[in-house]
Design a protein around this ligand. Sequence first.
Ligand SMILES: Nc1nc2c(ncn2[C@@H]2O[C@H](COP(=O)(O)OP(=O)(O)OP(=O)(O)O)[C@@H](O)[C@H]2O)c(=O)[nH]1
Ligand SMILES: [Zn+2]
Length: 369
Amino acid sequence: MDGMGVEEEEDDCPELVPIQPGHPTEQIPVTIITGYLGAGKTTLLNYILTEQHNKRIAVILNEFGEGSALEKSLAVSQGGELYEEWLELRNGCLCCSVKDNGLKAIENLMEKKGKFDYILLETTGLADPGAVASIFWVDAELGSDVYLDGIVTVIDAKFGLQQLTEEKSDGLINEAARQIALADLTIINKVDLVNEEELKQVRDVIRSINGLVKILETQRSRVDLSQVLDLHSFDDKAGVHLEERLRLVKPTKPHLDKSILTVTFEVAGDLSEDALNVFIQDLLWEKMFKNKEGQPMTVIRLKGIVSFAGKAHQVMLQGVHELYELNETPQLWEENQRINRLIFIGRNLDKDVLQEQFVSTLVQGAERN
Ligand SMILES: Nc1nc2c(ncn2[C@@H]2O[C@H](COP(=O)(O)OP(=O)(O)OP(=O)(O)O)[C@@H](O)[C@H]2O)c(=O)[nH]1
Ligand SMILES: [Zn+2]
């Protein structure tokens, strides 16, 4: 698979940089930069490239994320000539545009151009960043060279509100709202174009969708880079941090009937891994849980810290659309302090129903043990 591009290499290609086996720590972080049309994604990329001088950054502009997550993850390893054109920047950074989906593009690029320290990936304005995230996530399991560091969503302070509250006629999820539901960090950009009252409205809508996400406010996307890069939102380095944040999350109220919101609860006790898998699969895959109006719950983002019977360490739960992962974190439980904390971001979510289902999962776990 890795050797795929070798025969068709062009003359001007530099030496291949062999990827050392057994060095998972050298995996390269990928930050997905998403946001509605014209919000300031490219401005953010340019800012990072000019600000940051001690990293070799590859910027990838693409059309990832259109179509279903599953479809995309199946296409991951199918190779071929996936990247189209690239542009070398003065400071050793690289910019390229990728037409096809899949991580193979990035791997090909690294083979030809050497390794990078960091990859920034700008999705198109209407993309579903969850589909993009899934690609990296699935591939990470297969021993990929890169890992997903976080999803950053840029929001237009002036037009964001309108974009976010627009109802889709066909009952589909509003793209701009989905991008916020999935975000690990949101940046409200173009604050120069609004007054404090308008800014507050945007902030409130973001908060109503995602009760966990961090919100920054910028002009020309000028951010403190340490707040954007190396977030470790999906790996166990986020474990401790996540637990602290989950303690502070407040459930949100929808700003529109059908809009996305955050639900969170905590339940003490130990779970069996099997019972938890059944709960999650019933929720994410079977869509078995319905709200009081009989509408099926759709979870876009799921996070949690859970306690498995007999395990000393905390376990982190991460979910993006239908994909989820359970990973033991380095964090140990304190005695008699085992509390499962979960957060769900999605549509038609009903806290009482979810919590009841979860509690019955706990009971099942207890019966099995
Ligand atoms: N007034 C104002 N304009 C901004 C700011 N940030 C970016 N812009 C302008 O907004 C426009 C869109 O910015 P981009 O960075 O291209 O936005 P984008 O999200 O990459 O856009 P697409 O890729 O087309 O979806 C450009 O004309 C920018 O110069 C800001 O803080 N204030
Ligand atoms: Zn752009």
